[in-house]
Design a binder for this molecule. Structure first.
Ligand code: SF4
Length: 244
């Protein structure tokens, strides 16, 4: 990129309005182009978030090839499956990623002392807020942009996700390079490149979060129906936008 163009980008004020045409322009183009724009515009202050789902693995693969120095972080709630931690170790070896662990600073014992035991079953929104939303907000205060692995067809809240958008909650630019991909495209990429993935996906867990809030689902059911099963909750909150 020419120096003049870089200077111009450095002075742009990122808003919903300035990002919308950029996002529209990326429709129909490969995720690598969205990532390249992100690196050219924000590096080194851009980080990839992962919950170790299949979409995140695709992005980690692309990022490890395009900009291996990029920060890749995960939210450690202290309640991740052991298979998820094993996958993290495998990705470290296979893709050379050095993960940044983001933690709320509150042990489960301290949380139980303050809010009572098994908060996830009584007040899951508060539990997610303490262990995911707030730590994410604090971490993103150190970045100018973040990359996520969400796709439009995962939940109703994600249906209008832009490839590039303004994150009103965290006041940061948010890149969603796989927003318009299907699950099939994701798995094709994983299989073609023989990438590791969570073995729980082969035993009825299409979507995996914290172990107390993730159940297996029957064949053909909504892939996310095992998350907070039986509750009127489909999102942990990190991808919900603050009201304008
Ligand atoms: S997914 Fe469940 S256990 Fe994890 S932070 Fe949210 S409520 Fe707590």
């Amino acid at each position: 990129m020419a120096y003049a163009e870089m200077e111009e980008l450095a002075t742009v004020e990122w808003t919903l309005e300035t990002l919308k045409p950029i996002s529209d322009d990326f429709e129909g183009r490969p995720p690598e182009e969205v990532l390249r724009w992100g690196f050219e515009t924000f590096a080194p202050d851009i980080a990839l978030a992962t919950s170790f789902g299949p979409e995140g693995i695709v992005l980690m693969h692309l990022v490890s090839q395009m900009a291996p120095e990029t920060t890749v972080f995960y939210l450690d709630t202290d309640l991740l499956f052991k298979e998820t931690h094993n996958l993290r170790h495998e990705l470290e070896t296979r893709l050379g990623i050095r993960f940044t662990r983001v933690h709320c600073g509150l042990s489960l014992d301290a949380q139980a002392a303050e809010h009572g035991p098994a908060l996830h079953s009584r007040e899951p929104n508060l539990c997610c807020h303490l262990r995911k939303v707030e730590p994410l907000r604090r971490f993103l205060a150190t970045q100018r942009a973040w990359i996520t692995a969400i796709r439009r067809d995962q939940t109703v809240h994600r249906a209008n996700t832009g490839l590039v958008e303004w994150d009103r909650t965290n006041k940061r630019v948010k890149l969603n390079p796989l927003a318009n991909w299907t699950s099939k495209q994701v798995w094709t990429h994983i299989m073609e490149h023989r990438l590791p993935y969570n073995p729980l996906h082969d035993t009825g867990y299409p979507s995996i979060g914290c172990w107390p809030c993730t159940k297996p689902v029957t064949e053909g059911a909504d892939p996310r129906s095992g998350r907070w099963a039986g509750l009127d909750k489909t999102e942990c909150g990190i991808h919900l936008q603050a009201k304008e």
